[in-house]
Design a protein around this ligand. Structure first.
Ligand SMILES: NC(=O)c1ccc[n+]([C@@H]2O[C@H](COP(=O)([O-])OP(=O)(O)OC[C@H]3O[C@@H](n4cnc5c(N)ncnc54)[C@H](OP(=O)(O)O)[C@@H]3O)[C@@H](O)[C@H]2O)c1
Length: 321
């Protein structure tokens, strides 16, 4: 396939993991640290606000990373995206603009920009290939976030064309895992369900009502698999086209709810509030190109869900809300 490189990172490569305390960034940090990478660079938003161009550039000048992985973003579920679209557009545009501009100006050799599968049209053919980008209208509930991510892809592509730098973009499907955001107001569907079914099981509730009809189908990728995929791409991929990162399998939201209910030991009834929006009917991304590069996900949903649920139970005092 086009765009294949074989230039591996080494344990002394200075890698700045932007957003290293988030779900994805922390998994990246764990992944590289476990493999002996000892020149990792991180900074939380309180230390360096990446919306601030001067602070971003100063930080990169001071730390001189050779590789940047952009896992810093304002993120959230459907409710947060619908009520605060300006925040999702403005913060994400600024974070990625500052990081990309600063990376070019301080001479960062390689950069991986993380987008999201929500960049694809609402009614794209399934599974969604990378070629579906900009071929139809977006899902309205998160179009502001998606537009920011599309701008990031174009920024990476433009940097490659204008400066010849080996920057790449990857589009993960829905991610979950330890350290996820379990806030009921702005979490994604899987951690939101974990918290609701945990509370319901402990409180002896007779029923749990979930948003929507339960029929939409979604794909879920464990954060540790995503971290491994990012490493694989930095070692093997060099192309201006974004590349999908997924598992190749999906399930309905109703099936997901049953799995979470089982993990929590919830024995009541699951109800569906179909006055709430469903979002895109199906979202399964095409992973042919990633598979051709020699990478496939290793953590199945049942195992990943069980360990994430256990993590949540064990971190009742310090999980993120
Ligand atoms: N989670 C998913 O399902 C999913 C799916 C596809 C793609 N992605 C992409 O993966 C990336 C990471 O997502 P995530 O789920 O790990 O998000 P997350 O858990 O919300 O973490 C986001 C990270 O970004 C940092 N950040 C936010 N605003 C910042 C700012 N102004 N300055 C510096 N850092 C800032 C946060 O730092 P602090 O904690 O220090 O504030 C946090 O560590 C995002 O680009 C997202 O679009 C995620």
């Amino acid at each position: 396939m086009d765009g294949v490189v074989a230039q591996h990172l080494t344990q002394d490569t200075r890698i700045f993991i932007a957003g290293h305390r988030g779900l994805v960034g922390a998994a990246l940090w764990r992944h590289f640290a476990a493999r002996g990478y000892d020149a990792l660079i991180g900074a939380g938003s309180r230390e360096v606000d990446l919306r601030d161009p001067g602070a971003t550039r100063d930080f990169l000048e001071r730390t001189r990373p050779q590789v940047v992985i952009d896992a810093a973003a304002r993120t959230g579920g459907i409710a947060a995206n619908m009520t605060r679209p300006v925040d999702f557009l403005s913060d994400n545009l600024r974070i990625q603009l500052n990081l990309l501009d600063s990376a070019v100006s301080v001479g960062v050799d390689r950069l991986l920009f993380l987008g999201s599968s929500c960049i694809y049209p609402k009614f794209a053919d399934q599974p969604i290939s990378e070629d579906a980008l900009l071929t139809g209208p977006l899902e309205p509930t998160n179009e502001a976030y998606a537009m920011a991510k599309i701008a990031g892809i174009m920024h990476v592509r433009s940097i490659r064309r204008q400066y010849g730098l080996r920057y790449i973009s990857a589009m993960p499907t829905n991610v979950y895992g330890p350290g996820d955001n379990f806030n009921p107001h702005d979490s994604h569907v899987l951690p939101a369900m974990i918290r609701r079914f945990y509370d319901a099981a402990r409180g002896g509730a007779e029923s749990v009502t979930c948003w929507g009809s339960g029929t939409p189908r979604r794909e879920f990728l464990h954060a540790d698999d995503l971290a491994a995929a990012c490493h694989h791409l930095l070692d093997h991929y060099d192309d201006e086209r974004p590349i999908n990162i997924g598992t190749g399998t999906d399930c309905s939201i109703a099936e997901l709810a049953s799995m979470v209910a089982d993990a929590a030991g919830f024995e009541g009834v699951i109800r569906w509030d179909d006055s709430r929006p469903d979002g895109t009917p199906r979202k399964l991304i095409d992973i042919v190109r990633l598979t051709e590069l020699g990478w496939t996900a290793k953590i199945g949903l049942a195992d990943g869900l069980k360990s994430t649920y256990e993590w949540f139970v064990d971190h009742q005092d310090d999980y993120r809300t």
